[in-house]
Design a protein around this ligand. Structure first.
Ligand code: SAH
Ligand code: SF4
Length: 333
């Protein structure tokens, strides 16, 4: 069967336990039983963009904006390093207060004072900036393509361009980052064909990491009142990504927990092998509202870290002790 038809058929299926079992087996054979913990620090919710789906969009006046200082971010990195995490994911809105100079110093400081791998997730920047961050020691970059449907991308991003986004992803590969990307599942107007195309897009780009999650409707955005993504489609998507990209790093992302309390356990048993405990200091994280109902917004970083570890262990999986770098070769021209 042609790949596209195969994906489409599975995405429509009601009984897909065989696909999940196959994906779980492929995961075990290719990347083993270990789950990688990546501590995510949401260091600023200021954003210069206006993506229609996101609560951090600059036109949203309903959230309290905050920005952690570089010293505070470094302290958080040192704290999680002491508690055995191996990666810090630095995520924010597109906040240009964090200039090239400020971020380079921050990355260098984290590298000097900890043994952490550093992942950046700060949106679109220039080639020159991406290069400076890489030279300062950043290991990975997370930038979702959001949807492979160019028209839908245009509708959702009043101030962004699909080809610019792809150009950024291309630069990140050229610069030798381990590149993570992915999409949202269940966006308004997105069809099953679009979702099938996202999987083919992921396969074609051969990303080191694939971060996908359901779209969660946010009433503080122009898409207020739309439906959330469907959990079973998310689960099928994850299984298919593992089947098509056997060695990829595949997280069970935070947004899934909005749909089911046991979502991440199910997703870890459907092909995923990464989770990202939220290590943002407690006083800030309730304001990092990409979407509503985010879990553990009240817990401190270390509680979140061990809570996540316990969830992983309860399903009989181990916590990885190494940095969990990609098994796919890094540099690609
Ligand atoms: N500003 C950076 C990083 C923060 S946003 C960037 O845009 O890359 C990180 C991710 O959150 C986005 O890529 C998007 O896929 C996701 N996101 C935003 N709003 C969401 C929503 N309403 N539901 C689910 N995911 C959302
Ligand atoms: Fe800003 Fe990222 Fe949200 Fe878009 S998705 S509004 S770039 S934080």
């Amino acid at each position: 069967m042609e790949k596209e038809t195969y994906i489409f058929e599975i995405l429509k299926k009601d009984d897909f336990s065989d696909i999940v079992a196959q994906a779980d087996h492929i995961r075990k054979e290719n990347v083993g039983d270990e789950v990688h913990l990546r501590g995510i620090c949401e260091f600023s919710n200021f954003c210069r963009r206006d993506c229609f789906y996101c609560g951090l969009r600059k036109s949203n006046k309903k959230i309290l904006r905050y920005r952690m200082s570089p010293e505070e971010i470094l302290q958080t990195a040192v704290l999680i390093d002491k508690h055995g995490l191996k990666t810090i994911v630095l995520q924010s809105g597109e906040d240009i207060w964090f200039t090239k100079k400020v971020l380079v110093k921050l990355i260098e400081d984290i590298k000097t004072h900890t043994d952490l791998a550093v992942t950046l997730s700060i949106g679109e920047r220039s080639f020159d900036e991406y290069k400076a961050f890489k030279d300062a020691g950043a290991d990975r970059y997370l930038l979702r393509f959001e949807t492979s449907n160019e028209n839908l991308f245009k509708k959702l991003h009043p101030d962004d361009d699909y080809h610019e986004r792809l150009k950024c992803l291309q630069w990140l590969f050229e610069l030798g980052y381990q590149v993570g990307s992915g999409s949202m599942i269940g966006l308004p107007e997105q069809t099953i064909e679009d979702i099938a195309d996202d999987i083919l897009f992921i396969k074609k780009w051969n990303f080191h990491m694939v971060g996908v999650g359901p779209y969660i409707s946010n009433n503080d955005t122009p898409l207020s009142g739309s439906k959330n993504g469907d959990f079973s489609i998310v689960q099928k998507f994850i299984a298919l990504v593992r089947i098509f990209c056997p060695k990829v790093l595949l997280p069970a992302t935070t947004a899934m927990d909005v749909l089911r309390f046991d979502a991440r356990e199910i997703i870890l048993q459907s092909g995923a092998n990464v989770v990202m405990p939220n290590i943002t200091p407690q006083r800030y994280k309730q304001n990092y509202r990409l979407y509503p109902d985010k879990q553990y917004t009240g817990e401190d970083p270390i509680t979140c870290r061990y809570y996540m570890e316990n969830r992983v262990k309860k399903i009989g999986r181990k916590i990885a002790k190494d940095h969990g770098h990609s098994l796919i070769s890094i540099r690609r021209k």
